[in-house]
Design a protein around this ligand. Sequence first.
Ligand code: NAD
Length: 358
Amino acid sequence: MASRNYQLVIVGYGGMGSYHGKLLKENQSINVAGTYDILAERKTASIADGYKAYESLEDVLSDDTVDFVLIATPNDVHKEIAIAALKAGKHVICEKPVTIYSDELVEIMETAKINDRAFIVHQNRRWDEDFLTMKKVYDEQSIGDVFHIESRVQGANGIPGDWRHLKEYGGGMLLDWGVHLLDQLLFMVDSKITSVYANLSYILGDEVDDGFQVSITFENGITSLVEVGTTNFIQLPRWYVKGTKGTAVIYDWDINGKIVTQNFGEVEAPKPIKAGQGLTKTMAPPSEKAVSTSELPKVEKTMESFYENVVSVVEGSAEPIVKNEEVLRVLQLMETIFKSAETNEVIKDFELAPITTI
Ligand code: NAD
């Protein structure tokens, strides 16, 4: 492995900026050369963590030793920092959601192309083990052909921090968490979207959504429900997926869960049970021999890590795992979700809007 030959500056040294700093300590190719943050206390924190604290963005951009700028500021300033950094000849890694509006990303993609620099969005949850486990179930057809996917994250702590409560900074849960869950869903299901219907929630009284539910149907017939909540004192499973031969569930980020599949052949019919004030055979548990329970598959490392991929892209030896066209599609989908929630309409022409290829 090459020595740490790339110098990176973190712009926005808050929660996620400092997390990147910690992750990059382990990286063999990229060295964190410094940080820049508008807050004096975050400059002090940067120095305490052993990094140079740049005085201004201009200082970062005019430093010829800097190869990468990593943007971890609130969402509203991603675009202006990305464009300035690309024009200054830096490669850029940007936090999600890359921008608030899709046309801002198009502008960034054009600037990256003109300046021949890499621009890569940190859609890190493509590497989440729960997602990769369910993707494996999906790809390997362990429960037959998947026809329904439910993907949820639910907390009980409301919207965290300050700027996430405000529209002008790109706050709200659709932009914050929705972008991850939608990115995962579109990475898993290789099919066009045929309909979108969404509700946003404003239970906490903020000007931005504190959660949402969206139903997305694909051309291949798969239906899906993506849900984010911040007022859920009891959580539903992280993943609940149904296929023609069984059901798979993942309860949490520790990958607790199981697969239950139907046994074909001669099996005893279910016995009716008393349910509430009635009798049911339909909803009775299947007889013991009618189903098999198995463990979820183990995920092996099949793709480069995010930072390995960034380096490979810059060196021309790999395509980006997170492609800007995919990120753009997710942003356009989120715009469609906002529109569906606002108009209370099922939107069917989402994929008719051309995805810009730069
Ligand atoms: P934060 O508020 O903790 O940190 C943001 C920092 O940016 C602050 O220190 C602030 O002073 C600084 N800042 C604001 N404007 C700036 C500017 N113009 N120039 C330089 N610094 C500036 O926020 P956070 O939770 O770290 O979120 C930052 C970004 O990271 C957001 O885009 C967020 O969506 C993203 N994020 C991603 C993940 C993930 O898993 N990928 C997780 C958390 C946050």
